[in-house]
Design a protein around this ligand. Sequence first.
Ligand SMILES: Nc1ncnc2c1ncn2[C@@H]1O[C@H](COP(=O)(O)OP(=O)(O)O)[C@@H](O)[C@H]1O
Ligand SMILES: [Mg+2]
Length: 243
Amino acid sequence: MKLDLRDVTKVFGTTRALDELSLQIPEARVLVLIGPSGGGKSTLLRVLGGLEVPDQGSVTLNEHRLNADPESLQAYRRRNGFVFQQFNLFPHLNARRNITLPLEKVHGHSPEAARALADQSLTRFGLLDHATKLPSQLSGGQQQRVGIARAIAFSPEVLFLDEPTSALDPEMTAEVLELIQELAEAGQDIILSTHEMGFARAVADQVAFVASGQIAESNPPQALFNAPVSPVCQRFLSRVMRY
Ligand SMILES: Nc1ncnc2c1ncn2[C@@H]1O[C@H](COP(=O)(O)OP(=O)(O)O)[C@@H](O)[C@H]1O
Ligand SMILES: [Mg+2]
């Protein structure tokens, strides 16, 4: 994918969540956003995914220049997959139905086609045995994997993940990170935010450090983690990498 953001600003009340943020990425498979809490990562992901319209600036993802027209925004959103920190599964629907429902209602598939796609997606992630379980009958890691299975069932152009493992214990974190790595290796374009620095380093081909609503620095992981140039990124990494 390629990405071009120019002077993007998003204000909530008196908070400038994004403050004239610019970022140009000519080519990347996996872009990872890191940085302090409150820095603007979630807002940036939401803007990139078309869930939030910026107050100012331009956003171009691949060939699509985003605009505020509700119809084109909705069409754009439908092409992308989203996974959030809190798994966002429908609690009263089983794993399979959580996947087939949006395929039918949002993407217009027949029930049969939706079921076939859902089962393909569940099988891919070793979840088919859990197809008829409710979210409450699944572990956190399994729930998040169902969330990812749902997000990729219709082959999204870009998969967005906002801190997908921050609500998970270490073992479940590993199973979800392995799955994301697998998707990346299979060619899925991904933009994700995470606090897992080891994972960011392993999976990203581009890392952007987001702080105070701006990109303090953006580089391939080797460069960014080994030799950060901006003082904010140096300070952040020296603190989080210490333990
Ligand atoms: N819907 C919202 N309403 C008000 N303030 C918000 C909203 N979303 C984000 N913010 C504020 O914008 C800033 C950036 O938040 P966020 O994008 O969530 O950062 P991060 O994901 O890096 O923690 C924070 O100060 C946050 O409180
Ligand atoms: Mg966030």
